[in-house]
Design a protein around this ligand. Structure first.
Ligand SMILES: [Ca+2]
Ligand SMILES: [Ca+2]
Ligand SMILES: [Ca+2]
Ligand SMILES: [Ca+2]
Length: 167
C-alpha cells in the first residue's frame, strides 16, 4: 500500500501502543496528527510495520525508566506528568506570545486583564450606580446565555433539513 492516511496511521500506532499508553498515543496523534518523520526511521518515505514496532518500542523504553520491561503506575504517572508539563509550558508560551504587548517576555497584570474594566461595568451596570450588583451580574449572565441559545438555534435551523416543514 502506497498511501496511508494520517488517521489510519495514528490509529495503527494507537493500537500498537496498546491501551496501556493512551497519553503517549494521544500526545502523538492529537494535535500534530501522526508523526510520519519520526516513524519513518530510514527516511524512505514509507512507514513499515517494523518501523511502527520500533517506534512503539522506543516510546515504551522512554517510559520504562527502570528498564524492567514493565510499566508501573509510577512510570506511567511520571510519563503523563511530563507530557502534561510540556503541554502546560506550550500553553503558557502561547499566552505570553498573545498577551505580551510590551514585548518583555512576561505578562503584567495589565497584560492579562481582558479589556477595560470600566467598559465591562458600563455594559452590566443597569442602574448606573457605577458598580455591578449580584442581580445585575445574574441578568447579564442570563442575557448572554439567551443570546448563545439563539445563536445555537439559528445554527441548528441552518444546519437542519433545508426545505423541511418547520414548526
Ligand atoms: Ca521507512
Ligand atoms: Ca519499569
Ligand atoms: Ca509584558
Ligand atoms: Ca449597579
Amino acid at each position: 500500500m502506497k498511501t496511508t492516511s494520517k488517521m489510519t496511521l495514528a490509529l495503527m500506532t494507537a493500537l500498537m501502543l496498546g491501551t496501556a499508553l493512551p497519553s503517549i498515543a494521544q500526545e502523538r496523534g492529537a494535535r500534530a496528527g501522526f508523526d510520519f518523520e519520526a516513524a519513518d526511521t530510514n527516511g524512505d518515505g514509507f512507514v513499515t510495520a517494523e518501523e511502527l514496532t520500533a517506534l512503539s518500542n522506543a516510546r515504551f523504553a522512554d517510559a520504562d525508566t527502570n528498564g524492567d520491561g514493565e510499566l508501573s503506575v509510577e512510570e506511567l504517572t511520571a510519563r503523563a506528568t511530563e507530557a502534561a508539563a510540556e503541554r502546560a509550558q506550550q500553553r503558557a508560551e502561547r499566552a505570553i506570545e498573545r498577551g505580551d504587548t510590551d514585548g518583555d517576555g512576561t505578562l503584567s497584570v495589565d497584560e492579562i486583564r481582558r479589556g477595560d474594566p470600566n467598559r465591562l461595568i458600563e455594559r452590566v451596570d443597569a442602574d448606573g450606580d457605577g458598580a455591578i450588583s449580584t442581580a445585575e451580574a445574574e441578568a447579564h449572565q442570563a442575557a448572554r446565555e439567551d443570546r448563545r441559545e439563539e445563536r445555537q438555534e439559528r445554527r441548528e435551523e441552518r444546519g437542519g433539513e433545508r426545505g423541511g416543514n418547520r414548526g
